[in-house]
Write a protein that binds this ligand. Structure first.
Ligand SMILES: NC(=O)c1ccc[n+]([C@@H]2O[C@H](COP(=O)([O-])OP(=O)(O)OC[C@H]3O[C@@H](n4cnc5c(N)ncnc54)[C@H](OP(=O)(O)O)[C@@H]3O)[C@@H](O)[C@H]2O)c1
Length: 275
């Protein structure tokens, strides 16, 4: 008889699961046997990932939400608990960057980054701790930060990720006596839709350098087709990591015994771009 997968019987939530790193983490946790709840704003890609998980014999649910709204974060956690009676892994991954500087940036863009990257993550941490305590879970809270938190001059986006590092470290201390570990993940540049708010010429330059195509349509704020990202990453692997490698690191951290805290993880390609 083959052993049951490591997360069998566990419930996991992944925010920002409609694209990039979050989608890869949802798939990895689903393959490892967790009942995964995927959340983000775009239903279609999450339905497709949930189907992939289910076709491989796993269980998945989709919760469409704008996670800048604290009530929608709390409802997401409540929904997972209502359906499965528990919560074991909370991955606070949803995040975005508007790269403009302080002199040229706009308060609306700063607010969007602060609300999603910091406030929604804080609410997700709090709701997850309450749900994990209520079901007596040996739980893991995974916060997706960035290597931008390792540089002092990484802009407003970087400031939100410095805040994530501080929140993870503080929560880790608050939970020392609980059976809940906190994992802070700092990815380097990873091939995803992260650059969707960057200058389209910068993104086109990458596509051109990789030889993927000069005719790739890039519109600020819009996602690139999956096949473009999938084709681009292997050609640019010195500069752009693969989301699956971040997901594998997360799976490693959340499958350790509860007295082992994989506290911080950096996953990056060989050459480092400043994010
Ligand atoms: N890729 C990198 O180079 C890199 C490096 C370091 C850190 N990170 C961090 O990794 C995390 C994931 O980013 P990614 O690279 O995978 O980028 P991505 O492909 O753009 O994915 C971002 C995810 O966040 C979701 N999201 C955005 N706004 C939301 C909102 N208001 N409510 C709910 N969901 C929302 C998106 O969903 P919709 O598209 O459905 O809105 C999407 O699923 C972020 O925290 C980012 O800061 C990325």
């Amino acid at each position: 008889m083959s052993p049951s997968p490591p997360l069998s019987g566990r419930t996991a939530i992944v925010t920002g699961a409609s694209s990039g790193i979050g989608r890869a983490i949802a798939l990895e946790l689903g393959r490892a046997g967790a009942h995964v709840f995927l959340s983000g704003r775009s239903r279609e890609p999450m339905d497709a990932t949930a189907k992939q998980i289910e076709q491989a014999g796993g269980r998945a649910g989709v919760v469409v939400a704008d996670l800048r709204d604290e009530g929608q974060v709390q409802d997401l956690v409540a929904e997972a608990v209502r359906e499965t009676g528990r919560l074991d892994v909370m991955v606070n991954n949803a995040g975005l960057s508007h790269p403009a500087g302080i002199v040229d940036g706009s308060p609306g863009e700063w607010r969007e980054m602060l609300e999603l990257n910091v406030l929604s993550l804080l609410v997700g941490c709090q709701a997850a701790v309450r749900a994990m305590r209520a079901c007596g879970a040996e739980g893991h809270i995974v916060n997706v930060s960035s290597i931008a938190a390792q540089r002092r001059d990484s802009g407003v986006y970087g400031a939100t990720k410095h805040a994530v590092n501080c929140i993870s470290a503080t929560l880790r201390t608050e939970l020392e006596e609980d059976s809940i570990r906190v994992v802070n993940v700092m990815p380097g540049a990873i091939a995803t839709n992260f650059a969707r708010n960057f200058d389209p010429e910068f993104v086109k330059g990458f596509a051109k350098m990789s030889g993927v195509g000069e005719d790739v349509e890039v519109t600020r704020g819009e996602k690139l087709p999956d096949d473009v990202i999938e084709a681009l990453q292997p050609k640019m692997k010195q500069l752009l990591g693969n989301a699956e490698d971040v997901a594998k690191a997360v799976l490693y951290a959340v499958t350790q015994p509860i007295e082992v805290n994989v506290a911080e993880i950096v996953v990056r390609p060989p050459k480092q771009l400043n994010l």
